[in-house]
Design a protein around this ligand. Structure first.
Ligand SMILES: [Zn+2]
Length: 98
């Protein structure tokens, strides 16, 4: 079964092409509270992740990855924050202060 990114508006799936672009795929956290945070971050109605649910690296900021090992990992406690929401789901969030 192909692995698709669960994020709204994202059609990335784990394949040669995305790998060539440097996109990595990450499973949802196993712990309930953290998984819930990710689910909320995705803002998809009636969405709940299972142990196979993945999200691609395009929804995380560069500094949220740990690239020191052989595989690209997410740092502890990060939550996906970069999404292409349709207008009605968008909220103004200030990620950086002036
Ligand atoms: Zn994605």
């Amino acid at each position: 079964m192909p692995d698709f990114c669960a994020a709204y508006g994202c059609s990335n799936r784990r394949c040669v092409a995305t790998k060539a672009r440097g996109i990595t795929f990450h499973l949802f956290p196993k712990t309930k509270e953290r998984r819930r945070k990710w689910e909320l971050a995705l803002r998809r109605k009636d969405f709940s992740a299972n142990n196979r649910t993945m999200i691609c690296s395009e929804h995380f900021r560069r500094e949220e990855f740990d690239r020191t090992g052989q595989t690209v990992r997410l740092k502890e406690g990060v939550v996906p924050s970069i999404f292409n929401f349709p207008a009605h789901l968008q909220r103004s969030v200030c990620l950086q202060s002036l």
